[in-house]
Design a protein around this ligand. Sequence first.
Ligand code: KIV
Ligand code: ZN
Length: 514
Amino acid sequence: MSDKVIIFDTTLRDGEQCPGASMNLREKMEVARQLERLNVDVIEAGFPVISEGDFEAVQRIATEIRGPIIAGLARCVTKDIEAAAAAVKPAGERGRIHVFLATSKIHREHKLKKAHEEILRLAAEGTRLAKSHCRDVEFSPEDASRTEPEFLAQVVETVIAAGATTVNIPDTVGFAVPEQYGGLIRYLKDNVGNIDDAIISVHCHNDLGLAVANSLAAVQAGARQVEGTVNGIGERAGNAALEEVVMALKTRADFFGKLHSDVHTREILKTSRIVSRMSGLHVQRSKAIVGENAFAHSSGIHQDGMLKMRETYEIMDPVEVGWGGTELPLTKHSGRHAMAARLEHLGFKLSEAEIGAVFVRFKEIGDKKKFVYDDDLSALVDDSMMPQDEGWQLQKLEVSVATGQQPRASVVLSRDNESSEGNAEGNGAVDAAMRAIDAVVGRSGNLLEYNVQAVTQGHDALGEVTLKVDFGDGRLITGKGASTDVIEASARAYLNAINRTFIRRELGEQAAGV
Ligand code: KIV
Ligand code: ZN
């Protein structure tokens, strides 16, 4: 058995299923390009059958991303498998179809209403159909960790016989505990006759906070593919955080022996930041490896120890995961070329029009702020990503707030070279700005989440607002905006959310969910 642990990234599929995380095509491409630089082995790019948007994203990623295998998810039904096959086709030999079917008693009896034999038949047929399109087929018995081990072994043997090259054992509801989950993998290795003809994969959810621990226990028991997401984003409590799995293997080589991944660990922090920006999901400060505090030492005793010898309180070198590479900040005097070069270095691949839009915002910010840091620039990309001709642009915002008076806002927005003005009162300055925008665009959003963060430090720091809005159809739409003024950042974020729904509807995308 090889010592290499295959890293399967499902940030763009399971990660994207996280409420409010949905990314548009442009954002998915940014993430996919960074995953390529991170050197993951497999990118699960989406679930092609669920929407035109998902299909297009998987197809674009399969066309443009070189290196990793590109997987598309499919239920065990013909239309799903055919959609996945068509979407991953441009990846050629690097295409993978990932078929799943629930196997646990509770899913069989209450969700699928199917007996054992029918599950075995469908699993075999689905795998064979996928195999007729693609050499590389992965099969997942959904809710495997709650499936009777004897029946699970039968399913695994059946799909390997039908051509599955990877068999994934999902802990779909995050129910497993490490010893038991490792034991299940060992059981399959001992009781499935053809187990050596496929790679055993694991896919753990974090409902009990055990996703990484379970994944590592499974690897010790013989699994050689780990599925997870960057920053651990995903359904409910999320998926196994890949950066934690990768760094556990690397840092505890004394324990895991030769087991290793091929991930370029110095790209980890950059990847975490890009995923956080593109998904609108903030990383908690104390998050392992990538949180702001992951390598911060505040107590005097720790600081003293660190100064004497770093290893007294640090088990990893922060540089190894991408911390510490401070670059000279840009200023208002920096030109378009310098800014474009820095954007490229940060991992963004933007068209000339998009660079132009970011540059306009860069100059505005440069007038207000002495230095424009990398994080500032990344924040500017978020609210400039919408090409000029695709949505509403904020031209002017005036807000008046005085004690004892109702806040008032006035905005001028432009679209298709036409400007319109809107005025409104609100409960507060942000509310007034949002209502004034509503008055122009003719829709009204219900603000469900609001978060403001200083991007860098200092009195002139850029404020980045991330908000989630429901425009009446029950979907949570994320909007992001940045400015040295938080009210303006809020207005930009709200407009960003409006533009995202507007463009989605034009593309005819539907709400998606498994
Ligand atoms: O959690 C799960 O079971 C899944 C499968 C589709 C692999 O995401
Ligand atoms: Zn999952």
